[in-house]
Each structure stands twice: as C-alpha cells, then as structure tokens.
Design a protein around this ligand. Sequence first.
Ligand SMILES: Nc1ncnc2c1ncn2[C@@H]1O[C@H](COP(=O)(O)OP(=O)(O)O)[C@@H](O)[C@H]1O
Ligand SMILES: [Mg+2]
Length: 263
Amino acid sequence: MLANAARRLGQTLTRSLLPMEALAVGALQQQAAVTSGPAGAVYNVGKATNIKFHDGMVPRETKEQLLGQKGVVLWFTGLSGSGKSTVACTLEHALAARGKMTVLLDGDNVRHGLNKNLGFSAEDREENIRRIGEVSKLFAESGVITLTSFISPYRKDRESVRARMAPGDFLECYMRIPIEVCEQRDPKGLYKAARAGKIKNFTGIDDPYEEPLSPELVVDAKDEAGNMQSAEDMAATIMQYLEARGYLGAPAAEASDSEAATA
Ligand SMILES: Nc1ncnc2c1ncn2[C@@H]1O[C@H](COP(=O)(O)OP(=O)(O)O)[C@@H](O)[C@H]1O
Ligand SMILES: [Mg+2]
C-alpha cells in the first residue's frame, strides 16, 4: 500500500507535461521572447522580463478527482437584462445542492475590485473581458465549475478568451433574449437612461452586441412549445448539458492499486 503510494508520487513527479500544461507553455512560447537564464529557459512576457513557467504543481486531474467534477468555464453572454446574473446564480445554487464546487464572476461585482480602474470604452471592455478570461481559466484549470456573467458584447474578445483555453474548457452560453424583453424588464432603469441619452455606449442602444456565431448553448426566452421560460427552467437545461457531457463527474481515474497488482 505504502509502496503503491510512493510509486504514484514518483509517477507524479517524473511525469511528462500534461496536455493543459503543454498548451500553456506552448501559448507562452508563442507570445514570449525566449532568452536564457541561470535556471534554464526564461521568457519576456508583455512588460515582464525573466519569467519562467513553473512546472510540477499538483495536476489538474488530481484536483478534479478531489472535487468529483471537471473544471470548465460557462461563459454567459447577452444584453443587459437578458438574465445572465439570474440564471448563473440559479444554476450555481443548483450545482452547490449537488455538491459541486463553483465560482461565479459577475459583471458589477468584478468592477468593484479587480477591474475598478476600467470603464466602458471599447478598449476598457476588451481589457475587462481579458482579465475575467484569465481569472476564469485559472479557476477552470483548478477543477472549478466557473460561471461568468458579463455582457461581453464583442465577438473578438470572447473568441480571445476561448482561444486561450483547451477544447471543451470554454462553453459559451448565449442568452438570446430579444431587446424588447430586456428593455421591458429594465430592473436598474438603464435602458430608460440610455434612451434618454444619460448613459452613453450602452449595448444594444448606441453600442453593438455581436451575437455568438457558434455558441455551445443558446437560451431563448420561450421554450419549444412557445411558453416563457423561468430562470429555473433555463438553469435546468444548462445543468442537463453539463451532465450529459461529463462535467459533473470526476475524470476517469488512472489504474487503481488492485488493477495495477493484477497487471
Ligand atoms: N427567465 C426569466 N424570466 C423572467 N424574468 C427573468 C428571467 N431571468 C431574469 N429575469 C429578470 O430579468 C431581470 C434582469 O436579469 P439579470 O439577471 O439582472 O440580467 P443581466 O445579468 O443579463 O443584466 C431581473 O429583474 C430578473 O429577475
Ligand atoms: Mg448581470
């Protein structure tokens, strides 16, 4: 038993790069100028110099085994008032009730802290999404089911986040709610203010919303029978999607001790 534990530890320490790590290092190398340093290859990344990608942390799969789930980013996008926060929150509670570990990053909350130095210009919106994307990626790679609710109106910004992640790690969930419905809800009075010219660059009014071209999930206001869907209905549909694709279970374990003993 002890010998097996030691063997597994040895395997962990001597293993080659996992696909995610290889991807991360590969992406880093593409963006970075490689120079040499005392501890091997070091990189200049953006404004940072002498950066070395630290290898050998506890593997993602180990964390996913601990959590009994797979890390993923569920990226809600849609107009203001389309229900991103409501559905993400409803889904997060449903996941918690099933014993799943989640993080929910929500637009206004993140603008209180991490992104409080950003406004709503195209440039600031891009940086807002880039930071959220990087934070989400860190969570997903630690096995956490990460829900994000940001308008994220520009296709290019969402695709940049997707491109930084491994296939299957980024699920775009488009809240395809007509602007008339969103405007009628208008819980914060934002549409009214935007129509009155009191808010500039408001998505859907005087700033564009670029629909996803091939989102993994599309949520419509009405179901197939034409009935309005509640937030619970919408969350249940997304839960089914996660379940069907194996995100709610741990990754297949490596050969167990008993299997190894008979091999
Ligand atoms: N499926 C739904 N059916 C009816 N009303 C909804 C639904 N989802 C959200 N709402 C309501 O719409 C309003 C805006 O929702 P919110 O989640 O804040 O949107 P967003 O985060 O996209 O701006 C809220 O008042 C919320 O209660
Ligand atoms: Mg919201």
